[in-house]
Design a protein. Structure first.
Length: 469
């Protein structure tokens, strides 16, 4: 009798423990989904940051145009990534693109209690970020149809190939394949996201040409000094910068992809710290380095807020690859050098007469390249400064691959749409402003009250006051 009761109690205990285990697994799974949802939402908020930064950086006559393009980035990116981009990037098999068909249109990709769908959402926000980088560079002179074409093309085909090569376990540069014994370390996308978007922006800017009056006069003769178009709202620029910085706490810590793993919390926390320090160091370094250059050339000190803002963004891009692999002290150095690289690259583009309306190319392409190289230098235990050199070699190979693939595909693409007359707006429309020529009017209503109505109001007030007296 006692044996039967003991056996029954053991069975009931085993059943209870099994039920608790299932509930705990469901709970941890839901916590991971929620964590990824929050981080993905942070990243999606970066679309707002890009919109504010771009809108503040362009002239008032083009605000509505650039805001619409940022909105359409999210829309085009969602459709392009949903249809084929996600399958090419994360489909199983293949060294360059996914060959399995289970992710096209998310066909059959919903079998892990929400994890599959949240995985798509999180990766979509990265794809949309890559596309948005280009918007600011070609602002104020790019046709809407060209923008839609390259936005969808980038998120549906060009970006996914880079993702598959580096982030997919089957990719030839992935850490799973361990090329060179380690694989390419790009934790959150200095190369995959920012270099890809920045390289696309560079090609687009070269093919599209500068804005009217930027480097040449009306007769096509070079100006003695490049003309600077003043940003119409510094307040929007600063707001956009802070929103982007905030979004990076989803971008980098969120790339752990879960929070329930043994090391996930530790990695996420390290990412948050290194991200913060690199951004701060980049901002301060860029501003004061530019101030020093001004003092040397003009004899007085000026503190350029644009340098401070873009220096912070450069520091954020620079740490994105190695945020989980480097120590806090190294992130400060990475951020400082990102600030210097940003300032140097910005001035280089002007020397080369390449017009980037918001300095996206120096921030994303050049600092993204540095972020990959910096990971090969500073990554704990495997970086060059820790006595190993293979990591740096693989990082450089990854940089070369990203540039070769992106420029090799996007150059003929932009040349073709430019040849077909689909790329650049008419010079007259550009001078008038794209808001009026393309979007039914200016973004801001500066209409004042009718003078006659104002006079009537003042007369009535005077009369009423006299009556009371």
């Amino acid at each position: 009798m006692d044996d039967m009761m003991t056996h029954r109690m053991l069975e009931e205990t085993a059943t209870t423990l099994s039920a608790l285990e299932e509930k705990f697994e469901a709970f941890t799974s839901n916590v991971d989904v929620f964590y990824t949802l929050i981080c993905g939402s942070f990243i999606f908020l970066m679309q707002c940051g890009f919109a504010m930064l771009c809108a503040g950086s362009v002239r008032q006559k083009n605000v509505k145009n650039i805001m619409l393009k940022n909105l359409l980035d999210a829309c085009g990116g969602a459709i392009g990534f949903y249809t084929i981009g996600f399958a090419l990037a994360y489909g199983e098999g293949g060294k360059f693109v996914g060959t399995a068909g289970d992710k096209y249109f998310l066909n059959g990709y919903n079998g892990r209690a929400g994890k599959d769908h949240i995985d798509f959402f999180f990766q979509f926000t990265f794809a949309a970020t890559a596309a948005t980088i280009v918007a600011g560079t070609v602002a104020e002179r790019c046709k809407m149809q060209a923008y839609l074409l390259y936005s969808v093309f980038l998120t549906a085909f060009v970006y996914p190939v880079v993702v598959h090569a580096i982030w997919n376990d089957d990719g030839f540069l992935s850490m799973n394949k361990k090329l060179g014994g380690i694989g390419m370390m790009d934790f959150a996308g200095s190369g995959v996201v920012h270099m890809t978007g920045g390289c696309t922006a560079l090609v687009a800017a070269i093919v599209l040409g500068p804005r009217v009056g930027r480097f040449y006069d009306q007769e096509g003769k070079p100006l003695a000094e490049p003309h600077t178009f003043a940003a119409h709202s510094v307040a929007l620029q600063v707001l956009g910068t802070f929103i982007l910085w905030f979004g990076w706490y989803g971008f980098n810590p969120g790339s752990t992809l879960d929070i329930s793993g043994d090391k996930s919390g530790e990695l996420a926390a390290n990412c948050a710290v290194t991200t913060t320090l690199s951004a701060a160091a980049g901002s301060i370094t860029a501003m004061f380095f530019d101030t020093l250059l001004t003092m040397c050339t003009e004899g007085h000190a000026e503190y350029d807020i644009t340098m401070a803002m873009n220096g912070a963004l450069g520091g954020l891009v620079g740490i994105t690859a190695g945020c989980a692999f480097v120590e806090p002290w190294a992130s400060v150095i990475i951020g400082m050098l990102s600030g210097l690289i940003y300032v140097g690259a910005s001035k280089l583009l002007i020397k080369l007469k390449i017009d980037d309306a918001v300095d996206a190319i120096p921030v994303h392409f050049f600092c993204g390249m540095w972020g990959c190289i910096a990971t090969g230098l500073f990554a704990k235990d495997v970086g060059l400064f820790y006595g190993e050199g293979k990591a740096l070699g693989v990082e450089i190979l990854g940089v070369v691959f990203i540039i070769g693939w992106t420029a090799g595909i996007m150059t003929p693409f932009f040349v073709l749409i430019n040849y077909l007359g689909l790329f650049r707006v008419d010079p007259t429309e550009e001078r008038v402003g794209l808001d009026i020529s393309h979007h039914k009017g200016a973004a801001y209503d500066f209409t004042t009250a009718d003078k006659g109505d104002v006079d009537d109001m003042l007369e009535k007030r005077t009369t009423a006051h006299g009556g009371v007296a």
